[in-house]
Design a protein around this ligand. Structure first.
Ligand SMILES: [Fe+2]
Ligand SMILES: [Fe+2]
Ligand SMILES: [Fe+2]
Ligand SMILES: [Fe+2]
Length: 442
């Protein structure tokens, strides 16, 4: 029998307030944590930040609701706030900003790849695939710094579940924000899966943006600070892109219901998949709390709009994301779509030959990288430490790296400090030579 969240009572709101000891639990051990426990923790923090922020927007923008209902919204917001602290503070103090950053980009890659394969709307799927290749490249850029500054190999964090290699080069992610706007779904015909998928990835991207905004300055290395600034700006574009898929005619009560439903679905999935027994207990209690929030949101939709909640969210639980390795899928998208670009009216250019001379993103790219592209400098700098870029991938994928770069680079608006395919090939050759030398000495 399928699980229908609307039929569950959940924990009543009166019982959801927790004490400080319960709010701040024990952090996980970074040396022992399963990489997908970390991605769940990062994602749920993002979902809670969105859930909390939405309650405030709701009360700021809704003049005509009863005082008691406004109080209920603000009390739910308090609970989201407490849940957010618990989720985010599962991070241990010795997990560096760069290590956490690799975790954030692993979330983006493996979440978006899962969503793309489980998305019923073809157009929304296309947008997920497009965003996927950008976060995939962010993971690679940050991996260079993690190695240079802290001696962290990518697999120390991604645990061989996610490939780390060049994607669509970050310098080409900067667009006119108007071009980032995609076509939105129709709320009357869109499946609840589509609605939950988009709200899930949007919450993750928004929190990634916030994390870079609040932590990118914590390193003294100027090129690294600039790289955080550059990638944070792309995450801003990702928020713009994913939120534009949502039907703007959804009412605030409809959105309230969708937010709670998205929380329910994500905690349900976390609970099913979690391998850490202590953390699993949180997913269980938080699912129960969210079922309580969902009931209250459903009642408000009925009361104020005389609508059946099932019309918005259906009658079944949805699985927004099962975190697991998506290497094969990501590689397929990478090889086919690294040269794809944004076109007006929510369209795409399938290859760079289709881009017109007056493309609105050219002036943006030329302006932001007029001195240099920090995301290219990180490859230039790592050469001193490692002879070549730091990658973690199968030999067959590594052998395609230069060709992928060749295909992904635009002819126009290329920053002057760009590592060109020939440069990368030379680095790889040098690395191979040195490896032989090392073996001889040993
Ligand atoms: Fe929540
Ligand atoms: Fe990213
Ligand atoms: Fe992103
Ligand atoms: Fe909630």
């Amino acid at each position: 029998m399928t699980f229908n969240p609307l039929k569950e009572k959940g924990l009543s709101l009166e019982k959801q307030l927790r004490n400080w000891h319960q709010i701040v639990g024990n952090p996980y051990k970074k040396q022992k944590v399963d990489c997908y426990t970390r991605t769940r923790q990062i994602l749920m923090n993002g979902i809670e930040v969105e859930g909390w922020g939405f309650k405030h927007q709701f009360n700021r923008f809704m003049p005509d609701i009863d005082c008691e209902d406004r109080a209920v919204i603000s009390r739910i917001g308090r609970i989201e706030n407490q849940q957010q602290m618990t989720c985010n503070w599962m991070c241990p103090e010795d997990q560096s900003v760069l290590e956490t950053t690799l975790g954030y980009e692993q979330v983006a890659v493996d979440l978006t790849a899962w969503l793309a394969q489980n998305e019923p709307d073809k157009y929304v799927k296309e947008t997920f695939d497009f965003g996927l290749l950008e976060d995939f490249d962010h993971l690679y850029r940050y991996a260079q710094y993690a190695y240079m500054r802290e001696g962290i190999e990518p697999d120390d964090i991604v645990q061989s579940q996610t490939d780390v290699i060049v994607g669509r080069p970050t310098q080409h992610h900067h667009n006119c924000n108007g071009l980032r706007l995609r076509r939105h779904y129709d709320k009357k015909t869109a499946s609840p899966q589509t609605k939950v998928n988009i709200l899930t990835v949007l919450s993750g991207e928004q929190q990634t943006h916030n994390f870079y905004a609040e932590h990118g300055f914590m390193y003294g290395d100027h090129v690294l600070r600039e790289t955080y600034a550059e990638i944070k700006d792309v995450e801003e574009e990702h928020v713009t892109m994913y939120e534009s898929l949502i039907d703007p005619s959804e009412t605030m009560f409809e959105k309230l219901l969708l937010h709670e439903f998205t929380e329910v679905c994500n905690y349900y999935t976390c609970l099913e998949d979690e391998v850490d027994d202590e953390i699993k207990q949180y997913w269980e209690i938080f699912l129960d709390m969210e079922l309580g929030h969902l009931q209250l949101a459903a009642e408000m939709l009925k009361k104020y709009e005389k609508r059946d909640p099932e019309e918005v969210i259906g009658s079944e639980i949805i699985i927004p994301c099962r975190f697991k390795s998506q290497k094969a899928y990501v590689q397929k998208v990478l090889e086919n779509e690294v040269d794809k670009r944004l076109a007006p009216d929510g369209e795409y250019y399938d290859s760079m030959d289709e881009i017109p001379e007056d493309w609105a993103s050219y002036p943006v790219q030329e302006r932001v990288a007029e001195i240099s592209a920090p995301s290219e400098n990180c490859i230039n700098v790592v050469e001193f430490y490692h002879d070549r870029d730091v990658v973690a991938a199968s030999e067959s994928l590594k052998n395609k790296e230069v060709a992928l770069l060749e295909k992904g680079l635009q002819k126009r608006a290329v920053a002057h400090n760009t590592v060109m395919p020939d440069d990368l090939q030379k680095m790889i050759d040098k690395h191979e030579e040195r490896k032989d030398e090392k073996e001889k000495i040993i």
